[in-house]
Design a protein around this ligand. Sequence first.
Ligand code: C5P
Length: 396
Amino acid sequence: MSELKGRKLVLGVTGGVAAYKAAELVRLLGKAGADVHVVLTEGGARFVTAVTFQALSGNPVWTDLWDPRMGNNMAHIDLTRDADAILIAPATADVMAKLTHGLADDLLTTLCLARDCPLLVAPAMNRQMWEHPATRRNAEQLAADGVTLFGPGAGEQACGEVGLGRMLEPEELCEAVIGFFQPKLLAGRRIVMTAGPTFEPIDPVRGITNSSSGKMAYGLARACVQAGAEVVLVSGPVALPVPMGARRVSVRSALEMREAVLTAVPGSDVFIGVAAVADYRPATSAEHKIKKSGAELAITLTPNPDILAEVAALPTPPFCVGFAAESRNLDEYAEGKRKAKKLPMVVGNLVQDGLGGDDNQVVLFDEAGRHPLPKAPKPEVARAIVAHLAALLPKN
Ligand code: C5P
């Protein structure tokens, strides 16, 4: 993925034990395409050396306000002039206090004061330091000053205590940085989405399901969160991590999915049916495991409710988006589905192009006609779907 391609980031590493995770963060940001320039404080350098960061970022590491390597001796100005953001991870209670009060007694804090780019801060400290009224005040003031705080998370701490104050994991921070740069096209919108396959029980241990991976829905949920939406993901059984910031409601059968959707939909702006809902379920599910007898066994199937059509037919429905994965006649089938289910928008794709790979090609269908999107990496396709959806939504 290259979601940070062309972005220059200054990564400040201060003196907390989570500094060791900053090494992995540099690797992940670099993998996402970012050009990372590390600034180590004196405390940070006690935990991880500059050599590690230089090797991982491929760039010189800066530690000193008076570093003579910068031609005009103004590292504190030049380093951020073409940067897209400064990210401090880990950020100690001390550096947060300094930033709050505009102190500038080392290279990192001076850079922050002299910057003309956004400042992102990932706090990392003992839970009592985080809960201390001084740190609470500082965090609030930083937010009021336009600084973006990522975390902290809760959990076991290096000191052995458990609580709030852990730095977010490098993967989460990388996600948060990618999300930070996305336009907030869905700010204030509440979106309910279905995902994955359903599992229709035959008996307590067997059932009918399908091979839906859930990747499209989870990718779209991530793009919606990054666009500022509140996302509820009603998901059938898949083993995918929940996109950061989305809330997953786990279900198994189509009936459970319908129940969860009808509970979540009131008050939502958008409903997106991405799940591959089973069209049929066994008419009855045996209470006990069916024993092998050697004789033929017939399972009677009964149709499942169409969740999307039901939501679209509510008296005041949210803006409904359907998916149509077809193996042929895409236009005819997708547009037919849109009309039959009375949907303002359908995302269609030809399955031989869309399954498994890193790229996807879709066509969007709405009242105005068909809108083919170029073949692109899936996160990019998800963003294009979000942009189209956002443009069609009534203004809030
Ligand atoms: O009619 P078809 O199953 O092809 O329509 C696909 C769309 O309808 C998808 O958006 C899917 O999530 C939704 N759907 C549903 N409930 C069903 C069947 C499909 O919500 N029982």
